[in-house]
Design a protein around this ligand. Structure first.
Ligand code: DGJ
Length: 732
């Protein structure tokens, strides 16, 4: 069993791939963090806890309890009992006090992994098994029981953590912070990598040296956000794409979060991750339970690239439930950047006709098909067909598309309500609001209070009616504003702090209804582009619209950052028109195709209006997608360029896990004068095997040659040029 308990030293050992995660029950019954690193032989490691070192205090050199707790590396630190570092757990007991003292009670080890009720989470898979350790801690005074769950994946250097709290006392208790993961590393010479940005430039990679005090990223926007991704990595200063130890963490959650690293007085690092507690409280009556979402920890000895490949494998095998995870997705054309709100059936059909003749398989009708929506100021909540645009309805549109060999996809924004809508006129109280305060209008809309059952049921009923009315193969679930004046009329005053988390639980429940009732449906989630690109969403949707910025060059950076944690097969990426609508840049059509290939691949333009020169490239691009899509979905990603620091070029490789082939895409971002060809070393090949590049099969290279000597890339003229190379292993 990869999880073991050694009674003599009261030590737990989780082995996940080549990583050990070790904890021990320390004197006093505190659960201590012993080791997180490369797998080591089985022995007593509790010396790492430095229990024999007495920290100096002015009054006494005894290790009194406060000093002991303030230096002991802990697994789940509580507020108020002598550990003055960042706590993971905080309460308001019936007597109004906040301290809590959790001590070890018992544990159990099981094969597989239990589900977390109502929340997305990783699961055991046939080709990626796992085992779970549950450690029960309890606070004597309040009767609170906290179960820390650790799942170790046998073949992957990954550990999933979550927390369950039960009130076993007789009095009500309010939880004011329940983080999902915490650990203390006995070193501080680390860098922290985070993914930060804004609308249309999400997940830019930032790396900073840790310093004394606290560094954090978070969201209080009601979604994981464009601004900060619920991901962070700690790494050795020397770590790069291939070398160095890296500790990655990702929160499987789509709402408010906090990730924080604190360098302490003794040069150790405390790391915590969980639901943001800024406006959080959760009341637990006697006998009630609360489940905190899952946090995933990944360790790599092979640099940042190694960490990413483990996240990708884990998410593809153990998180994305959709059957599309490893299936080719239909090549779609989305009408958003082609028409925005200005479309009708005839315009859509003319785009579809042309698209279908080029090999495109699905038309996605984006925003504007319902109510009387001609711009973004009306109709959200009125999910009935806008007859002016679609006089013969959705059924007829889907039939006409089918007749030309195309499927229909459709856009929804189920969480929202426009003030100019039938729904709002009937139920103004259904919008999230604080009575007596002005309501903030964002993009002309309010948020529906989905925490109220009747509202969530109504939204579901509306969606279900639409989806049953026609053959619809795909849904894009959008979310275009953040939450303000957070409150619910369904909650009493003392429980308003539960709103934020209850809101996300309600979104998950709606998504659960959708994917259970329509298992064949391809769901793509979206939030004004990349505002909710997180592992929670991936549990429901195999792909997420990555950014509203569709410019190929901007996408190199956005997709690079996104791929640090998330698999490229989940990155919604389309070829769009030029000059690009977001940045005004013009790039070659082929470069746009190559950038979209490292994602789900599709189109977002009016095919009837682009140049003939661009249009003729579409069938070839689609056949590239068919040929290489499997490698993107199941291969190993190697980022060999760096669009952040160099800015001159970028490149990525998808290598088959068995070393049989690799696709290499090279992007010359800016042309340079008087420059020779660029030497680029490949990655992910079998060093002992021989390969040929498909376009010149007569020349053979060993994998070792390609990876150590590299290939010369020349002959690219101008800015924003790109080229694909396909290396295939020689037979025999
Ligand atoms: C934001 C999305 O990211 C876009 O692709 C588009 O669907 C618009 N919303 C529609 O309002």
């Amino acid at each position: 069993m990869p999880i073991r308990f050694e009674p003599s030293c009261r030590q737990f050992r989780l082995r996940a791939g080549g990583t050990d995660y070790i904890m021990a029950v320390a004197p006093g019954g505190y659960l201590a963090h012993v080791y997180f690193g490369e797998a080591v032989p089985d022995e007593d490691l509790t010396a790492l806890l430095r229990l024999d070192e007495n920290p100096f205090t002015p009054e006494t050199n005894d290790r009194d309890r406060a000093v002991y707790l303030d230096t002991l590396p802990l697994e789940y630190p509580c507020y108020g009992i002598g550990d003055f570092r960042e706590p993971a757990f905080k309460i308001r007991a019936a007597d109004g006090t906040s301290a809590c003292d959790l001590r070890y009670v018992s544990h159990r080890i099981t094969e597989g992994k239990p589900e977390i009720p109502g929340l997305p989470a990783t699961f055991p898979a046939k080709d990626s098994p796992c085992d779970t350790l549950e450690i029960l801690l309890a606070d004597q005074k309040t009767g609170l029981e906290v179960t820390l769950c650790y799942t170790a994946f046998r073949e992957l250097d990954a550990i999933a953590r979550s927390v369950r709290v039960k009130n076993n006392g007789s009095e009500k208790c309010t939880l004011t912070r329940v983080y999902s993961a915490a650990f203390d590393l006995d070193r501080s010479d680390l860098h922290m990598i985070t993914l930060n940005g804004s609308w249309a430039r999400e997940r830019m990679v930032e790396r900073c040296r840790l310093h004394h005090g606290k560094q954090s990223v978070d969201s209080m926007r009601g979604c994981s956000s464009h601004q900060y991704s619920p991901f962070a990595a700690l790494c050795e200063p020397c770590a790069d794409e291939e070398r160095g130890e890296v500790f990655g963490s990702c929160f499987v959650y789509s709402g408010n979060f906090t990730i924080l690293a604190e360098v302490t007085q003794h040069d150790a690092v405390r790391f915590v991750m969980g639901i943001n507690d800024a406006d959080f409280s959760w009341e637990l009556s006697s006998g009630e339970e609360f489940c905190a979402p899952e946090a995933v920890l990944v360790r790599s000895s092979n640099g940042i690239g190694g960490m990413s490949r483990t996240f990708h494998d884990l998410f593809r095998k153990n998180l994305i439930r959709s059957q599309y995870v490893d299936r080719p997705r239909p090549v779609l054309i989305n009408n958003w950047e082609a028409t925005y709100f200005d479309f009708d059936e005839e315009k859509l059909l003319s785009i579809a006709r042309e698209a279908s003749s080029l090999g495109i398989e699905m038309l996605v009708m984006d925003d504007g098909w319902f109510g009387h929506r001609d711009d973004d100021n009306s109709s959200l909540g009125d999910w009935t067909v806008y007859e002016k645009k679609l006089p013969s309805g959705l059924g007829s549109l889907s039939e006409k598309l089918r007749a030309m060999g195309m499927e229909l996809g459709i856009w929804f924004e189920p969480e929202m309500i426009s003030p100019d809508s039938e729904l709002y006129r009937l139920h103004p109280d259904w919008a999230v609001q604080i009575s007596g305060r002005p309501m903030t209008l964002c993009r002309g809309q309010y948020v529906l209070d989905l925490t109220r059952r009747e509202i969530a049921d109504h939204v579901w009923e509306m969606m279900r009616r639409v989806l049953d009315s026609a053959e619809i193969s795909y849904v894009k679930w959008d979310m275009n504003r953040q939450i303000t004046e957070a409150a619910s009329q369904g909650l009493p005053a003392g429980r308003q702090g539960e709103f934020w988390h209850r809101y996300i639980l309600a979104v998950y429940e709606l998504m659960e209804r959708l994917v259970s009732r329509y298992p064949e449906l391809l769901l793509e989630t979206c939030a004004g582009g990349g505002g909710r690109f997180d592992a929670g969403m991936l549990y429901y949707s195999p792909q997420i619209w990555c950014s509203d910025d569709t410019d190929a060059i901007e996408r190199l950076r956005i997709q690079y950052g996104t791929s640090l944690c998330f698999p490229c097969s989940a990155i919604g990426a389309h070829v769009s028109d030029c000059p690009n609508h977001t940045v005004g840049r013009s790039t070659p059509f082929s470069t746009r195709g190559h950038a979209a290939l490292a994602g789900t691949f599709g189109y977002e333009l009016d095919v009837t209006r682009i140049s003939a020169e661009d249009r003729v490239q579409i069938p070839g691009q689609i056949s590239d997608y068919r040929k290489y899509g499997g490698l993107v979905r199941s291969g190993d990603l190697y980022r060999i360029g760096d669009p952040f620091t160099d800015g001159q070029w970028d490149g990525w490789i998808f290598a088959a896990k068995d070393g049989s082939q690799a696709l290499f895409a090279y992007f010359q971002i800016l042309g340079r004068p008087n420059r020779r060809s660029r030497r680029v070393k490949l990655r992910g090949l079998d060093p002992k095997a021989y390969y040929f590049e498909e376009s010149s099969p007569e020349r053979r290279f060993s994998g070792a040659y390609l990876m150590n000597c590299g290939i010369n890339i020349g002959g690219l003229w101008g800015d924003f040029q790109s080229r694909l190379y396909h290396f295939i292993k020689c037979k025999g």
